[in-house]
Design a protein around this ligand. Structure first.
Ligand code: IPE
Ligand code: IPE
Ligand code: MG
Length: 246
């Protein structure tokens, strides 16, 4: 541990992967894996809130996941809608502020309404900031920000020179929270799968073979422990970070 490193990450971003394999290992349909993963999500949100983590961003459905069999996509949408209905009140009671990031026009009107109503209902909450990435793609996010800024330039509200890392950061999603400190991917794959491409520039990356339905709060603590052991240098030397100048 270094003096400047904080042991608890402010913002954790998770790729919840491995539901299908978890089910397959048990001879169950993939649906059972997603249902089990849903229960894990409930526990992880609670665990993060208890640990006073400020922001949690979860990858629930990628822009590439539409390529899955229609039945599985339908099931995920269904689970999502039912989950929203059953969980929002409790999240609200627990002071959680919910946001959805991603291109939502592709979802049913009903789902879009549920998302907006969950957001407005919890907007003033000051506890955990929970963002759920749905029909999300990191490239979409960057392109969308570029388009927003281009419109501003076209309207004469800013010049091309005003497009900086800072203004770009405010145009991508999650501009209301600090960048993720810790990224977690369950399920064994070591890839980003078009998740938060802009935001992960300096995030600590943690990969675990544990399949998402088995990702308990103990496993979360292992990831947090890993994070606590990192020295975040942001380009500096280790001695600069510890304050020891050779
Ligand atoms: C992650 O689990 C959940 C979603 C992508 C919605 P998977 O469904 O990708 O599980 P595996 O990777 O097939 O095991
Ligand atoms: C990433 O998982 C997306 C979500 C967890 C929602 P995938 O299982 O879709 O990722 P790839 O396709 O194996 O990279
Ligand atoms: Mg997967």
């Amino acid at each position: 541990m270094t003096a400047s490193a904080s042991t608890i990450p402010n913002h954790i971003a998770i790729i919840m992967d491995g539901n299908g394999r978890w089910a397959k290992n048990r001879g169950l349909p993939r649906a059972a894996g997603h249902q089990s993963g849903f229960r894990t999500t409930r526990d992880i949100v609670e665990a993060c809130a208890r640990r006073e983590i400020k922001a949690l961003t979860l990858f629930a459905f990628s822009s590439e996941n539409w390529a899955r069999p229609e039945q599985e996509v339908g099931l995920l949408m269904d689970l999502f809608l039912r989950g929203l209905k059953s969980e929002v009140s409790k999240l609200h009671e627990n002071n959680v502020c919910i946001n959805f990031i991603g291109e939502r026009s592709a979802f049913s009107k009903k789902l879009q309404q549920e998302m907006s109503s969950a957001e407005s209902r919890t907007a003033d909450n000051t506890g955990l900031n929970l963002s759920v990435a749905v029909n999300y793609g990191g490239r979409w996010d960057i392109v969308n920000a570029a388009r927003t800024l281009a419109k501003q330039v076209k309207q004469g509200n800013m010049t091309p020179e005003d497009i900086t890392v800072e203004t770009f950061s405010s145009a991508v999603t999650l501009s209301n929270v600090s960048e993720p400190d810790l990224f977690i991917r369950t399920g064994g794959e070591k890839r980003i799968s078009n998740y938060l491409l802009w935001h992960l520039a300096y995030t600590e990356l943690y990969f675990t073979d544990v399949l998402y339905p088995d990702f308990t709060d103990k496993e979360l603590d292992k990831a947090i422990e890993f994070y606590a052991g990192r020295q975040r240098r942001f380009g500096k030397t280790g001695d600069q970070v510890t304050g020891k100048h050779a």
